[in-house]
Structures are given as C-alpha cells and as structure tokens.
Design a protein around this ligand. Structure first.
Ligand SMILES: *[C@@H]1O[C@H](CO)[C@@H](O)[C@H](O)[C@H]1NC(C)=O
Ligand SMILES: *[C@@H]1O[C@H](CO)[C@@H](O)[C@H](O)[C@H]1NC(C)=O
Ligand SMILES: *[C@@H]1O[C@H](CO)[C@@H](O)[C@H](O)[C@H]1NC(C)=O
Ligand SMILES: *[C@@H]1O[C@H](CO)[C@@H](O)[C@H](O)[C@H]1NC(C)=O
Ligand SMILES: *[C@@H]1O[C@H](CO)[C@@H](O)[C@H](O)[C@H]1NC(C)=O
Ligand SMILES: *[C@@H]1O[C@H](CO)[C@@H](O)[C@H](O)[C@H]1NC(C)=O
Ligand SMILES: *[C@@H]1O[C@H](CO)[C@@H](O)[C@H](O)[C@H]1NC(C)=O
Length: 550
C-alpha cells in the first residue's frame, strides 16, 4: 500500500479511498450504494440535496492497476433510475457496460446492477459519473486512478505523494429543477461556483507537503460549463499525463483544464516554506471568484513570503491556444498503446473518411435544442446497443447525421453514425460560438492533430499545419471560440459509442450522437456478448438473450 502513505493528507482532503492490493488476483470488487444526502456547500446557503456514493460526496476514488477486472455492484437507492458511465476509460469490445443510455438499461430505483469489465492497457486519471439526465449536477462522480503493473517503467521518479483534485463548476439548483427547466424549453443559468473535492469556497482545506519533495496532482474537471485554470502560487507545474497518455514533460505556470478533461502535473516544493494558495479559477469568464486551497509546507521556522499569481498576457485565449498546442505525446514513454505494437503511426495512415462537425443551436417545437450539423439527438425508448443485439427495428436511424454541415435548421433524430471497424477518421470540430466547447468520444482516444487560431475556419489548407508526429492522444478535446480543432481517430473498438459535448446542458438538449463501430465478423474477438446479468428495458424487455458461441 506504499503508493498512498500520506494518509493524513487524504483525511484532511475529506477523500476516501477504496482499494486493496492483492498479489495475484486482478479482480477488483466494489459495492456502490447510491443515496441522497444533504450537505451545506457554502456557509450561507441552506443544505442542498446531493447524490452520495457510499455516503461520500464526491464518491470514493477507485484505485486500479492495468488489466484489472473492475467488478462494481451499483445499488440504486434513489427515487429515479441511475447509471454510471466512465469518462476516458475505454471498455474494450464491451460497449454494453459503457453505462450511457444508448448502451445500457438504467438501473431502476431500489435495484442493483453489477458492471464487470477489464480496464485494459490504460494507465492514468479518469472519472466515473452519473450519465442520465442532469444527475451529475447532484454529484455521484468520483476519480479513477489506474497505475501501471509493477515493473513497467513510469517516465518520472515515484512522487512523494499523489493528490487528486476533482474540480468543477456547480449549480445551486438541484438536478430535478434543472431538468424541469430544460424540459420546459427554458434555459438554465450558468453554473455558479466552483467546487474542489466537494468543498465550496468557505471550506478551509489544505494539503500538507514537505519542502524539497515532488508531488503528483491529478486534476479533473468534472464540471458542466466552465474551462478552469489551475495554479499553485510561486510554483511551476510539470505536465506529465493527459487522460492516460504520458506527455512530453513541459513546465507551465498554470494549466487549463476544460470540461471533462483530466491531467497530472508534478510539483516540486522548492520555495521557502509557507502557505501557498492553490487557485482554481474560471477561464475566459469575467467576474468569477477563484477557489483557493492551501499548500502548507511543513517547516515551523519560516518567514512568510509574498507571492502573487503569475502575470498572464492580456489575451487569455491566445495564451490558452498556445498551451494546448504545446501538449504532446512522449513517444518513448510507456503507457497505453493505441495501435498494436507500433504497427502503424497515426500520421501515416490513410484517412478513410472526414467528418466536419459544426455545433448548431435552434428552436424546435418552441424548445431550445442543440445539435451537430443540424441534427439534435433524442433518446430512443430502448438502448441502441440492445436494439442491435435483439435486432429490433426502428429504434434509431443510421445515416441521419450528415458528414458535413449543410442546410440551415434543426431536426430531431436518434442519430447514429455507422462506421466500419478499423476505419480511420479525420474529425474537424468547427465552433461558431463565442464559448469554449469540449467534445468527448467514448471507447476511443483520438490524436489532436490541429488547433486553429482564434477567428479561423478550417479549410483543406489547414491540414498543412497538422502535427503528424507527436500529437497528444486523449479522449476529450476543447474547441476554442470561433475556431476549430481537428482530430484523427482509429475506430478499433467494435460497439456503440457516445460522441458528445461535455457542456452538459447542450448535451442534454441534443448535442450528441452515437458512433456504431461495426464488424460483420460476429466474433468475440471483436466484441463480447451481452452480459449475462444485463438489465433489459424498453422494447427489449421481453426478449430472450441468445449467446454467442465463444
Ligand atoms: C434532506 O433535507 C430535507 C429537508 O430538510 C428532508 O426532507 C430530507 O429527508 C433530507 N434528506 C436526507 C437524505 O437526509
Ligand atoms: C445485485 O446484488 C446482489 C448482491 O447484493 C448480487 O447477487 C446480484 O447479482 C446483483 N444483481 C445484478 C443484476 O447485478
Ligand atoms: C519521455 O519518456 C522517457 C522514458 O520514460 C523519459 O526518459 C523522458 O525524459 C521523457 N521525455 C520528455 C521530453 O518528457
Ligand atoms: C500555515 O497555516 C497554518 C494554519 O493557519 C499554520 O498552522 C501554519 O503554521 C502555517 N505554515 C506556515 C509555514 O506559515
Ligand atoms: C500545516 O502543517 C503543519 C505541520 O504538519 C500542521 O501542524 C498544520 O496543522 C497544517 N496546517 C493546516 C492548515 O492544515
Ligand atoms: C468563417 O465562416 C463563416 C461562415 O461561413 C463566415 O461568416 C466567417 O466570415 C468566416 N471567418 C473567416 C475568418 O473566414
Ligand atoms: C452470430 O453467431 C451466433 C452463433 O454462432 C449466431 O447464432 C448468430 O445468428 C450470429 N449473428 C449474426 C448477426 O450473424
């Protein structure tokens, strides 16, 4: 249990860790009980209803090792259906367990469901979250940490401590109220404040560290709308990991973490002992107060030094774009491999299809909707993956989302894009809005090959600027205001995978679709069969499962 010996720190952070280290057994069993609770997040507010997991807000952190089997029995004690999904964790050949409504039936109130899947070759920092409706606004999320198997080299020395910070903006309204507003076609206010590990600004939290030592900070933006900036006053941050990929290790005075993203930095306590503020503030939006947490150096005989936040250039967006472009994959480090034993390099693969996805907003049936290429997603009555399995017709429509933006206007569809197993896609995300957008693909990482300048449109000529050498591989990318981001993705994971914005209100109002990665082979080498304990619902309720012959 050597990798989290700083128990004092964890207690101060009011975090809980569930873990057990066993020599041989790679089955990790967890029991999650999901309940409501009341907590006071801000001193002056009345208690707010939240979703607890095992009485915790945020939920317990899962510590896993590469290739572990995660077996997690989720008991739903809420008064409405519940599902957990996994942000950035790729369920290989196993979209049935992905825990979004397009793949998995919701767990009814007072029922339970046991997820079981292998975490594969991933290492790094991920999170779980409630995927249905707006439940995430009440909590129910938590971090997942996957460590390398012993003996696998990690591209930096073992840090003296490893902290997880779940940061994110937060609504005062609870999930039911938010959902009712959106269902009624009305807008909701922007999230109000920022929480760090479930603490509001009024909570006084600190992390105790020792001078001269180096610590790892895993920072995850589990919020809804705001890009956040992370800074430790007086200290430089060495970026080492982004969503499971070891990066070229560069130093930054502060790092941006957009909604749904996660990363790790190493920080050496090389300043005079003092209490240093950790600032978590919103990026690009004025008038928002910063959240502060303290870094407390242990050395009683110290003089206080005055440290101020580093001065940034006037243009925050250009600065952030520059930072985003500087994040690269360390090609010589160990870690997840996105291609079999280096059999190809992403920069040399022939692109089988180009998608240009443009965000759209519009009013349909007098209700505000969001979409991509003029199509706004509406959930079906049956998970799409189960419709596939039981061959139930008419649940979703393949080909309903065009590859390129076209006519004006907005249509409602249960949109599924069909792609072939091993297709290699170029996806251009074009943002016509003034806000930062973030997009995520389940089941896959993509290479972020190009990030446009502010006020720029993508064109064929933009390809000349692509990084075809060491682009970062990740599962969630931001698209800067009135700009574009281009990614390459190898669709090597058969299944039904959700592509969505992480801006949660937009996601709820239709800015998402599913990618059906199809293989005609009908083999468990490509896809596992429907789990034996799978819940059935909608038009699949009375179906009888047939099993693949392995
Ligand atoms: C939360 O507080 C409300 C109002 O006081 C109360 O009705 C409810 O039972 C509480 N819920 C829990 C889970 O304690
Ligand atoms: C529900 O939990 C029980 C144990 O509490 C377990 O035996 C059962 O398999 C679980 N059901 C599902 C569908 O996972
Ligand atoms: C990349 O990883 C290697 C292998 O672990 C390490 O030695 C090297 O310092 C890293 N390079 C950079 C630039 O981060
Ligand atoms: C930091 O603040 C705490 C609490 O206010 C205090 O106990 C501690 O001595 C301070 N440490 C330094 C180095 O100033
Ligand atoms: C800072 O660290 C010192 C020494 O470990 C400890 O006594 C003190 O309580 C810490 N301060 C805070 C605010 O946690
Ligand atoms: C980008 O495209 C939009 C829509 O076609 C157009 O209005 C805008 O002027 C273009 N911007 C630039 C910088 O070319
Ligand atoms: C897949 O294989 C199973 C067992 O061999 C068979 O029952 C089933 O019909 C096949 N499905 C398709 C789509 O070919």
């Amino acid at each position: 249990m050597a990798w989290w010996s700083d128990v004092g720190v964890w207690i101060m952070m009011t975090m809980t860790i569930i873990s057990f280290v066993q020599a041989e057994d790679s089955n990790r069993f967890f029991d999650f009980r999901v309940t409501y609770g009341n907590i006071t997040l801000f001193k002056t507010d009345p208690p707010r209803r939240v979703i607890l997991i095992n009485e915790k807000f945020p939920g317990p952190e899962l510590h896993l090792v590469t290739n572990d089997n995660l077996i997690i029995n989720v008991h739903n004690d809420l008064d409405e259906p519940f599902l957990l999904s996994w942000n950035g964790l790729h369920l290989k050949r196993n979209s049935y367990q992905d825990g979004v409504y397009g793949t998995t039936c919701p767990i009814p109130p007072r029922k339970n469901y046991t997820y079981a899947f292998n975490v594969g070759d991933q290492v790094g920092t991920y999170f779980y979250f409630p995927s249905l409706g707006f439940q995430k606004a009440d909590g129910g999320f938590g971090a997942i940490r996957i460590l390398s198997r012993p003996g696998i080299p990690v591209p930096f020395p073992q840090p003296a401590g490893d902290f997880t910070l779940l940061i994110g903006d937060w609504y005062f309204w609870d999930e039911k109220k938010l959902k009712a507003r959106l269902d009624g076609g009305r807008m909701i206010p922007r999230p109000y404040d920022v929480l760090v590990n479930g603490n509001g600004k009024s909570a006084s939290t600190s992390l105790t560290v020792e001078k001269g030592k180096t610590y790892r900070f895993r920072i995850l933006n589990v919020g809804f709308h705001r890009s956040l900036n992370f800074e430790i006053l007086g200290h430089m941050l060495k970026l080492v990991e982004v969503e499971g990929t070891y990066t070229v290790q560069s130093m930054y005075p502060s790092v941006d973490i957009h909604v749904g993203q996660s990363l790790s930095v190493l920080v050496t306590m090389d300043q005079p002992p003092d209490n240093y503020s950790i600032m978590v503030g919103s990026r690009f939006l004025d008038g928002q107060s910063n959240y502060k947490l303290f870094l407390n150096y242990t050395n009683p005989n110290s003089k206080r030094s005055k440290v101020v936040p580093h001065k940034e250039p006037d243009n925050e967006i250009d600065y952030s774009i520059e930072q985003a472009r500087s994040i690269k994959t360390n090609l010589t480090a160990s870690g997840q491999r996105h291609n079999a034993q280096g059999s190809y390099h992403y920069g040399r693969v022939k692109i089988s299809r180009t998608l240009i996805l443009e965000s759209s907003a519009g009013v349909v049936n007098r209700k505000q909707r969001y979409g991509l290429n003029g199509v706004s997603f509406v959930p079906a009555d049956t998970p799409l993956k189960l419709a596939d399995y039981f061959k139930i017709k008419g649940v979703y429509k393949v080909g309903s989302i065009p590859d390129k933006p076209g006519k004006k206007g907005m249509r409602l569809e249960t949109a599924v894009m069909e792609v072939h197993h091993k297709d290699f896609l170029e996806i251009v995300l074009q943002n016509r809005e003034k806000m930062v957008q973030t997009y995520h693909l389940d089941g896959h990482n993509f290479w972020v090959v190009g990030i446009g300048n502010r006020w720029s449109n993508w064109s064929h000529a933009s390809r000349r600027e692509y990084n075809l050498k060491d682009a970062i591989s990740r599962s969630t990318t931001q698209v800067f205001p009135k700009s574009w981001t281009a990614v390459y993705v190898a669709l090597d994971n058969v299944g039904m995978w959700n592509f969505r914005t992480e801006i949660w209100a937009n996601q709820y109002l239709g800015q998402q679709f599913y990618v059906r990665v199809y293989s005609p082979a009908n083999s468990t080498r490509d896809e596992y069969p429907l789990p034996k304990n799978a819940l059935l619902c909608g038009r699949a309720s009375n179906r009888h499962r047939r099993d693949f012959v392995p």
